[in-house]
Design a protein around this ligand. Structure first.
Ligand code: NAD
Length: 372
């Protein structure tokens, strides 16, 4: 065993019902004197409650998915003009993403209060969209200094968004298994994250107010994001970034749909990690021993069935005529290290199946270690 692993330095405060107190304590701890609060209109009331104990120098309510660059420019200018030193973001990945975009260019610390399972708060990855092209990058300045996780803030997340967002978290775990910087440490977090999400999500679907289930999901989402931040973007994320950026598809449902097809594409070539994933997702040990790749795909499909997850890209808004274009855009972005080679033909088959919501089938093309 040999690897080099960087761990990101971040403070995590986790507890249900603690957000309002914890946010004040954490902003004080950072010496924040000029606080900017970011929350989209639908999270405004929640953000008011969470930040009631703070003196707010600036409120920012405009939040958009995939952070358009012109929005980032305006938010940065407003933060600089108001002399902001701490940004508190209350919301999902889009809200956290805007706080990160500010931190890229303005000298602020970010206290992130996530209300979905997207996990952006635990990564140093930023994303910006300009004229239909989503660009992501890594920059230590964007990593929130502190994350306050409070599962009670997620009880208002509707079940369909909960499912999509949770599967977005699971996609971080799964893509970490073969991403360019996969190593035993991020693998351990990815598997534990998958286990927590596979336990938490069905509980929350059965009872959306189940705070214990929501805690499992948040814990899993955090581990998922930490593993993703360390392992990097694999094939799944490269495809989804193209779909989100070029066709403005909703982020989390797109991940929820594409994931089983990428897993089916890669699993045969990575039987050990596929087996560990399958067990984490609840597969029977005998099935895992017999065929770990199939067990992983079956376990994910079973989970998606219980959750009534979105099925096809057609359902989330992709036109069939865009599949060929998406293949051309995504193909050059797939990491060379992907365990199974990706060709124009195989990616077309994959995206056509994902578009139609067909049953994912294992790839037969396995790249051996020698041929990599
Ligand atoms: P989102 O932030 O756009 O939120 C989705 C919807 O859920 C919105 O309508 C929002 O108002 C609503 N919502 C959020 N929390 C709620 C709550 N508690 N109750 C009721 N409604 C609530 O979506 P998302 O999936 O959280 O994040 C997607 C964005 O995050 C994308 O732009 C994606 O690229 C980015 N992201 C970045 C990273 C990273 O590491 N940089 C990781 C994951 C996601």
């Amino acid at each position: 065993m040999g690897f080099t692993h960087d761990t990101l330095a971040q403070r995590v405060v986790f507890g249900s019902g603690i957000a309002a107190t914890a946010v004040v304590e954490e902003v004080m701890r950072l010496g924040g004197a000029r606080v900017m609060v970011i929350a989209g209109t639908s999270q405004a009331a929640l953000a008011d409650r969470v930040t009631a104990g703070l003196e707010r120098a600036l409120r920012w309510g405009e939040v958009r998915q995939h952070v358009p660059v012109e929005l980032a420019r305006r938010a940065r200018a407003a933060a600089a003009e108001a002399g902001v030193d701490v940004v508190v973001s209350v919301g999902g990945g889009s809200t956290t993403g805007l706080a990160k975009a500010i931190a890229m260019e303005v000298d602020v610390r970010v206290v992130a209060v996530p209300t979905t399972y997207a996990g952006s708060e635990a990564t140093d990855v930023w994303g910006l969209t300009d004229e239909g092209v989503k660009t992501t990058g890594v920059d230590g300045r964007v990593l929130p200094t502190t994350v306050v996780y409070d599962a009670e803030l997620t009880t208002s997340l509707p079940v369909d968004l909960t499912v999509a967002s949770g599967l977005n978290g699971l996609a971080h775990c799964v893509d970490s298994l073969w991403a360019p910087h996969a190593d035993p440490i991020n693998l351990a977090m990815a598997i534990e994250g998958a286990r927590a999400l596979a336990q938490g999500l069905p509980a929350v679907v059965a009872d959306p107010q189940d705070v214990t289930g929501r805690e499992r999901c948040l814990y899993g989402a955090y581990l998922a994001a930490v593993s993703f931040a360390s392992a990097g973007s694999g094939m799944h994320h490269k495809i989804c970034h193209v779909l989100g950026g070029a066709y403005d598809l909703p982020h989390a449902p797109t991940h929820a749909v594409v994931l089983p097809y990428v897993l089916a594409h890669n699993a045969t070539a990575v039987p050990d990690v596929a087996g560990r994933l399958a067990l984490a997702l609840g597969a029977a040990p005998g099935q895992v021993e017999a065929n770990p790749a199939q067990a992983a795909v079956d376990a994910l499909e079973a989970l998606r069935g219980v959750l009534d997850a979105p099925r096809g890209l057609a359902e989330v808004g992709l036109a069939e005529s865009d599949v060929a274009d998406a293949v051309q855009r995504a193909l050059p972005k797939i990491p060379e290290s992907n365990p199974v080679p990706v060709t124009e033909e195989s990616l077309t088959v994959l995206l056509a199946a994902a578009w139609a919501g067909k049953t994912p089938t294992l790839s037969q093309s396995v790249r051996t270690k020698e041929s990599r």
